[in-house]
Design a protein. Structure first.
Length: 396
């Protein structure tokens, strides 16, 4: 999806907020209806029945009738699709939407004339009962976009995202393979020796965030001061998230253009970033250290980087088993847990090969990707060699 920054006027911003409130109200009503369903009871109402009930509610309540019927009905369609995905086992059960956190609505049946360019950097999009709303024209809107979604983040910024799949990046045709290792100190290390780092949180921003969090703890719940502090925190975190997204886009585009096959480790990031605090009966250990590791993994955009690579280079991203990638020597294939002298240095005790630990892991990932591809046509690789490292004889 291609997303653009909206620039509504104060009156248009109020109308957009009303659309978000109506969509959230209809969605939460649908969630409440399905929450009462239990095995043995009558079936919960589907989209057709809920649409009929919405028509009756609009006829009875003037404030709901003043809103856009398109926005409200589309919220019911989205809920029906969410329930279908839940029963199919691909998504979680739909939950409540909260004001200020899940603000947005979707418009379908978009016509080509509903989006137009005004000047070099300014465009407009037509929104029901709002009119033409200006947007930042950073790139051309895809011609095949049939729907769009308007959202408002916690920092108060409005965006519009058009549902159009951009064309993938064409393969270079060189037949080259690259291994990519993700880490905490080095965000992404390539088998070519390149090491890329996501933009860190600046010290001034960390200090400001700590001050704002202390103010938030002292502020009274529901007060205007608390709302201003929350908005300031959201703006600060949104700026950090924007930098990380920009880094992911640029970092994922370069390998997709340069290499035929991109090999990455098959990591389950959701499980890797799970909290270690445990329960009251069985409390966890090293909770603070694990929390710091989780923040490091999320700040380095492990999941977002691979996801964008799969979008830009479909069919060219190979996921391999991460076992022994950081302990195996990329030169001789010996697996030795003691070969990694530190977090950044790898030195094989058998052949004497030494290099950056992350680059060595990236080269192992590249080799494993080559074995995985050849295994489709021939015998599978026997795996790493496990034996005691032999001393290196140096000539005097």
């Amino acid at each position: 999806m291609s997303r653009y920054r909206l620039q509504p006027t104060p009156a248009q911003e109020q109308a957009l907020a009303e659309h978000c409130g109506h969509a959230r109200f209809v969605w939460n009503l649908a969630v409440q209806q399905h929450a009462h369903w239990r095995p043995g009871r009558t079936p919960a109402p589907g989209y057709n029945e809920q649409s009929r009930q919405l028509t009756e509610a609009r006829a009875e309540f003037a404030w709901l009738r003043a809103g856009s019927q398109t926005v409200q009905q589309q919220a019911l369609r989205d809920f029906a699709q969410a329930m279908a995905n839940f029963f199919a086992g691909t998504h979680r059960r739909p939950t409540w939407r909260k004001a200020g956190r899940h603000e947005g609505f979707r418009i379908v049946a978009v016509k080509p004339g509903d989006v137009r360019r005004v000047s070099r950097h300014v465009g407009e999009v037509r929104i029901p009962k709002v009119g033409w709303v200006r947007l930042r024209w950073s790139r051309a809107v895809a011609a095949g976009a049939k729907s769009y979604r308007v959202t408002r983040d916690r920092a108060g910024r409005w965006h519009v995202a058009f549902a159009a799949i951009p064309p993938p990046i064409a393969a270079p045709g060189t037949g080259q393979t690259v291994g990519l290792d993700r880490g905490v100190k080095v965000s992404a290390a390539l088998s070519t020796g390149e090491m890329l780092n996501a933009p860190p949180v600046r010290e001034a921003e960390q200090a400001r965030l700590r001050r704002l969090q202390r103010k938030l703890a002292r502020a009274k719940g529901g007060s205007k001061r608390r709302g201003k502090v929350k908005a300031a925190i959201a703006t600060l975190k949104a700026r950090q998230a924007d930098r990380r997204k920009d880094w992911v886009e640029k970092t994922s585009t370069d390998p997709a253009r340069r290499f035929e096959v991109i090999a990455v480790e098959d990591l389950t990031i959701k499980n890797m970033t799970r909290s270690a605090k445990g329960s009251v009966e069985r409390p966890g250990t090293c909770v603070r250290a694990k929390a710091g590791l989780n923040r490091g993994i999320l700040a380095n955009c492990w999941g977002g980087l691979v996801q964008r690579l799969e979008h830009k280079a479909p069919g060219r991203v190979v996921k391999i088993n991460p076992r022994h990638t950081s302990q195996r020597c990329s030169a001789c294939g010996i697996v030795d847990a003691k070969a990694r002298e530190s977090r950044a240095r790898f030195c094989c005790r058998s052949c004497g090969y030494a290099c950056n630990a992350d680059v060595n892991a990236a080269r192992n990932i590249k080799h494993a990707a080559g074995h995985a591809v050849s295994a489709r046509e021939g015998p599978r690789d026997s795996g790493p060699v496990h034996r005691e490292p032999q001393p290196v004889l140096l000539s005097v």
